[in-house]
Each structure stands twice: as C-alpha cells, then as structure tokens.
Design a protein around this ligand. Structure first.
Ligand SMILES: Cc1cc2nc3c(=O)[nH]c(=O)nc-3n(C[C@H](O)[C@H](O)[C@H](O)COP(=O)(O)OP(=O)(O)OC[C@H]3O[C@@H](n4cnc5c(N)ncnc54)[C@H](O)[C@@H]3O)c2cc1C
Length: 394
C-alpha cells in the first residue's frame, strides 16, 4: 500500500487549498471527500485581499477573477434613511497588490483548486469517502471511512467542516455559542441596483428590528435576514413570508423572482486545540463564526496556506514541530481574538437598538470615509490584512 505523507479530510475550499500547497511542495497527498463530487451550494462569496494574494501565489487567482466580480467599495446603510458610508478599499494600495474584494461563490473556487491539483501526479482526490474516525493519533494515524477503507498517513489534516469527524476523533472541545436567531439566506435574480440605486456589491444594512446584508454574486444577489428565534422553520421559509420580507427590502409591485431560500443556525466556536499528535484541524473544522464580514472561508484559506507551509518543511526534515505549533497557535489566536471579535461586533452593530449609540456609530463611519488614514486603519482590519500581521512581519 502506498502511504501518502498527508491525508486531508474534506475537499472544501480549505482542504483543497492545503492539499495544493503540499502538492506544490512535493508532498504526496490524498484528499478524502464524503460527497460524490464537489459541494455546489451557495455559501461564502467574498474573497478578501490576503486570500487573493495567497491564491495568486498558488497560481489559481486568474480563473477566480474571471468568474467573480471585483468590488472596490462596500457600503453601510441604515434601513430607514439609506446610505451612511461607502468605504473605498483603494486606500489599501500600499498594503496589498489586491486592494479590493472579489465577489464569487466558494463553489467556483473548488473546481479551480481541483484542476490545479490534477497537475500533480503525487496528489489525489477521492470522492465518496466519508471519514468516520482516526486511530493512533500520536503514532502513524489511520483514517477510517464509512465503507471500511483505512488510509495510513504521516499526518492528517481535518478540513471536514463544522461537524468535523476528525475533530471528534481527536476529542477536542468545540466551545462557544449558538446565536439565538437562525439566518435566512435568499437568492434572487432581481436587479437590486435598479431597486436600490447607489448600493455597492456588498452592503451592511443597520436596523434594530430587521438588519440585512445585501451581497452581489456573479449570477444573482443574496440577502441575509435574521429570523425570530420563536418562529418555526416552516413559517420562516414559507414562500409568502419570504416574499413579504423581500417586499420590505424593496417593493417591486409584484413578487420577487426568487431562486432559493434557506435557514441555517449560526455558531461562534473554536476548537480548544488545533493539533492532537499528528492530526491537525483547519478551517471550519477548527473554528466557525457568523458570516457578517465574510471571514469564515477567508480565515480557513489562511489556515490552509500557513499550516501547510509549516508542515511541508517538517515532512522534509527542514522544519520543526515547534515551528508548526507556533503557526497553529497563531491561527487559533486569530480565530478567537480577531475573527470572533470582529464578526460578533458586526452582529451587535447591525442590530443596535439604542438610538444614541446608533447615531454615534453612523457618525463615526461618516468620519472614517472622510479620512483616508483612519479609513486605511479600519479597512486593514475588515479586510483581514491585520489578522496576518503577527505572522508576516518579522
Ligand atoms: C449555509 C451556510 C452559509 C454560509 N454562508 C457564508 C457566508 O455568506 N459568508 C461566509 O464568509 N461564510 C459563510 N459560510 C461559512 C463558509 O461556507 C465556511 O467558512 C467555509 O465553507 C469553510 O470551508 P471548509 O473547507 O473549512 O469547510 P466546508 O466548506 O464545509 O468543506 C468541508 C468539506 O468536507 C466534507 N466532509 C464533511 N464531513 C466529511 C467526512 N466525515 N469525511 C469526508 N469529507 C467530509 C464536506 O462534504 C465538504 O466538502 C456559510 C456556511 C454555511 C453552512
């Protein structure tokens, strides 16, 4: 039996990115994916500048740019009074080669990564392989699948999403909170720029009763709503109820052209450790957060690149486990002190009900826009550039 040096569990954006970094470093890698193909559902859809830099280094940015929308601004709005501030990412021109966001669903990145991996004969992606456990975590780990197959490896990377079987096998705790409200995501073919003139491709809409996020993707718009915790799922997804909420966003004088509506529970959780013996956790398997700010997939991509870049030299005997642990510890710190803090703060701001606090924050945002230095400081944080600073600066 050929023993891959690394088994990556999960062919989502994070697992495939880690596999590509390893493959490009010459490390034999096998990716095990439960699904019969890549996931097609619409989930994360914003790529921040540091992710664009990393994808460029991996040679996969050009096809993503071809499929996505480049957006140099995002907007804060008040549900009742309209635009508050348009933040301009071009003030980040000295901080990144990519001072913009790319709006594109994660399901468009994964086929690009898969194709890039296919150029490496020592990399393979096996579909229909649901992992159910990992044995001998401290020695040479063996990954077991539902179908009874066993894959031995030097190292295992769990990138199998929020319900990670690998995380469960390590016994790591996944503590945090579940938000009281489920989030309703609606996709529509309607032209929101016509319905709400002046909006940007990404819009955060403040309202104490019903905040919104309006996101453009290449083929449609997505609208994110909070839902009443006491209201059953079937009520919240009832088409008439969804239409009435959309009419509240913009009254088109008819029903909206609705593509898809789904409800999901949102959590903020971080695994208490990202390494157990020779088993590592990255992406949603290691940490989950609310989607306000688009940091989940992005921070997972950063985990993938940085952790794989530390693992490859360790396998080649030119790096140390202490160096790998330093990276894992920094990534855990980003998940707890940065991603969790920023996204939770976004949630609090969007729903703020104290009128004086609301107005003070709106004034702060207007002042930010008028001040390029303050704008740059603020945007370095929202664009996740600062999340990589401790690792990227000597
Ligand atoms: C409904 C929904 C909407 C979201 N919307 C947003 C958003 O708007 N903005 C945002 O920033 N983030 C959003 N997220 C979060 C974002 O999608 C994740 O942060 C991102 O997908 C993480 O990537 P990942 O590769 O770590 O995990 P995933 O994308 O979940 O990939 C995990 C992969 O592992 C596979 N897998 C799972 N279990 C096993 C197993 N036992 N064996 C083998 N393979 C397995 C899965 O099939 C999947 O292919 C959303 C998440 C959900 C669930």
């Amino acid at each position: 039996m050929r023993i891959p040096r690394v088994v990556v569990v999960g062919a989502g954006p994070v697992g495939l990115t880690a596999a590509l970094v390893l493959a490009r470093s010459g490390v034999p890698v096998t990716v095990l994916e439960a699904g019969d193909g890549l996931a097609a559902e619409s989930r994360a859809s914003t790529f921040h500048p540091p992710s664009l830099e990393m994808l460029a280094d991996l040679g996969v940015l050009a096809p993503l740019l071809d499929r996505g929308i480049t957006s140099t601004t995002f907007q804060y709005r008040d549900r009742r009074t309209g635009p508050i501030a348009d933040l301009d990412l071009s003030v980040l021109a000295d901080d990144t080669a990519y001072p913009f966001r790319v709006q594109c669903e994660q399901s468009k990145l994964t086929p690009i990564l898969l194709e890039a991996l296919s150029a490496h004969p020592h990399a393979e992606v096996l579909f229909g392989q649901r992992v159910v456990g990992v044995d001998d975590l401290e020695g040479r780990p063996v990954v077991r699948t539902e179908a009874g197959r066993a894959f031995e490896a030097e190292w295992v990377i769990g990138a199998d999403g929020a319900s990670s079987a690998v995380r469960k096998a390590t016994g790591a705790a996944f503590e945090g909170i579940t938000y009281p409200e489920r989030f309703l995501v609606v996709s529509t073919r309607e032209d929101l720029e016509a319905a709400l003139p002046g909006i940007a491709a990404v819009n955060y809409v403040f309202d104490p009763e019903e905040w919104l996020v309006l996101l453009r993707t290449p083929e449609h718009w997505r609208i994110l709503f909070p839902t009443d915790p006491a209201s059953p799922d079937e009520v919240e997804t009832d088409p008439a109820r969804v239409q009435s909420r959309l009419t509240g966003v913009a009254d088109l004088g008819r029903d909206w052209d609705l593509l898809h509506a789904s409800l999901y529970n949102v959590h903020q959780r971080v695994a208490d450790r990202f390494r157990t013996g020779r088993v590592l956790l990255i992406g949603d398997a290691a940490h989950v957060n609310n989607p306000l700010g688009g940091m989940g997939m992005n921070s997972g991509l950063h985990d993938a690149v940085l952790v794989a870049r530390a693992l490859a030299p360790l396998i080649a005997h030119t790096g140390t486990v202490e160096e790998l642990d330093a990276v894992l510890s920094a990534r855990r710190e980003v998940a707890t002190s940065y991603v969790k803090a920023v996204t939770h703060d976004n949630w609090e701001r969007l729903r703020e009900s104290d009128e004086a606090a609301r107005q003070a924050y709106h004034d702060e945002l207007r002042a930010l826009c008028a001040d390029p230095v303050a704008s740059r400081t603020y945007l370095r944080r929202t664009s996740m550039i600062d999340s990589l600073r401790p690792l990227s600066t000597p």
